[in-house]
Write a protein that binds this ligand. Structure first.
Ligand code: BEZ
Length: 211
């Protein structure tokens, strides 16, 4: 069965381009983004890994470690990294897992046989410091991901983990948030001293509480 939100992210020990990694130990107290790509030396994947390398500081600022995976071997990853650095205006700065025996791909259900019976699809797992899965995304091989959206989601996940708010459509850091429905108006006024704006009884906004 595929992994669901709230499940513990499966642990694994693997070879990566930055040496052997025991996943949970490597994560430590950080958040994690584990993302798969179909194959090395392919164009969309090349742009994706370059995009993540260029915004690595954005992940670090949020206490997030990123790690990529495909079922290609380590020597292939290491050769491909040279092309990524050459073509994507970056220096690769995060590990790529060599998942030749598909232990990660299987544990995270990253191979979707009706799409491709060998290659991993473009999966994204965001994992909290409690090692539980907070978000999953699945893209087909033909569509490169928007990593600014991954950072935006992490902002929402980290905010809503600590405050009784949710974030509306297209929310970005600094925008007003939604007061969760389980809180009464009276409690909301106490919890959110910057005030609440009540549009409907179920639709109440408050300025972002942690700014
Ligand atoms: C790519 O990364 O460009 C790609 C990989 C597999 C299938 C199609 C595109």
């Amino acid at each position: 069965m595929s992994l669901r939100l709230g499940d513990v992210a499966p642990d694994f020990s693997v070879a990566t381009t930055e040496g052997p990694i025991k996943f949970h130990q490597w994560l430590g107290n950080s958040w994690g983004v584990l993302f798969s790509h179909p194959a090395d030396y392919t164009p969309v994947c090349t742009t994706e890994l370059g995009a993540v390398a260029r915004i690595k500081a954005g992940f670090e600022k949020r206490n997030v470690k990123v790690i990529a995976v495909s079922v290609d071997p380590l020597d292939s990853h290491l050769g491909w990294i040279k092309d990524i650095n050459e073509t994507q205006a970056c220096t690769m700065n995060f590990p790529i897992i060599a998942d030749e025996d598909r232990q990660v791909a299987s544990a995270y259900d990253m191979i979707h046989p009706n799409a491709d019976d060998k290659a991993t699809v473009r999966s994204v797992f965001i994992i909290g410091p409690d090692k539980k899965i907070k978000l999953t995304l699945t893209y087909p091989a033909s569509t490169g991901r928007n990593f600014a959206e991954i950072l935006r989601v992490i902002d929402s996940l980290q905010l809503t983990a600590g405050h009784k708010v949710a974030t509306p459509a297209d929310w970005h850091e600094g925008d007003d948030c939604i007061v969760v429905p389980s809180i009464s108006d009276q409690d909301a006024r106490k919890l959110f001293p910057k005030g609440i704006r009540k549009v409907k009884p179920y639709l109440r906004y408050t300025p972002q509480p942690n700014r």
